[in-house]
Unconditional design. Structure first.
Length: 101
């Protein structure tokens, strides 16, 4: 029962879309002719530059912070361990002691 109501609703929406696709407003058609290709291209490049600038990766390093030798660098979570800090100065994180050695 619900599916038939949804199907009828979709058919009505599709019918309106097909009927109205051939009609173009005079205001829209006159505005489209006034814009030149160069204006459209510059607007497109400005919009793309703004979008890409927002999602561009930053140049700063966003890694794990460094810790000193002898301090705790990891945490055990069951059979696994997760790094809390990056050991600096040529030291490595020991997975048994969970410290930088």
């Amino acid at each position: 029962m619900e599916n038939s109501g949804i199907l009828i609703g979709l058919m009505i929406v599709g019918l309106f879309a097909v009927i109205s696709s051939g009609e173009v407003s005079q205001e829209l058609s006159s505005d489209n002719t006034q814009l030149s290709q160069q204006d459209v291209q510059t607007d497109f490049f400005d919009a793309m530059g703004a979008l890409l600038g927002r999602y561009a990766p930053s140049t700063e390093k966003r890694g794990i912070p460094q810790c000193a030798v002898g301090s705790r660098c990891a945490m055990r979570m069951g059979a696994r361990f997760g790094k809390l800090w990056e050991c600096g100065g040529g030291s490595n994180c020991n997975s048994f002691l969970l410290k930088c050695i």
